[in-house]
Design a protein. Structure first.
Length: 93
């Protein structure tokens, strides 16, 4: 039996837990939703395409590195790039 069949549900539960943990701080980091979206795209590609490209053995350190990098970039971008404020027309309250 393939061990990935047994471990796959735990991986999904881990991603689900990470999403709900980060959903609580989503309002503080405006680019976090894009980073999480890219992580989900990466995980989907990894399960379908990258495993075949790497002979069913995509390196786990690469996966963790890519996921950590995407999260870090989205958080740093949220802190570094100030949100755009709308200019109020003269005479507006």
């Amino acid at each position: 039996m393939d061990p990935s069949v047994i471990l796959f549900p735990f991986a999904i539960l881990g991603l689900r837990a990470m999403f709900f943990m980060l959903a609580g701080v989503m309002h503080k980091f405006r680019f976090l939703k894009y980073g999480l979206g890219l992580i989900l795209v990466f995980v989907g590609l990894k399960m379908v395409w990258l495993k075949a490209a790497f002979d069913e053995k995509f390196p786990i350190t690469w996966s963790l590195g890519i996921i950590g990098t995407l999260l870090t970039i989205s958080i740093v971008a949220s802190l570094a790039i100030p949100p755009k404020t709308e200019a109020k027309p003269p005479g507006a309250a």
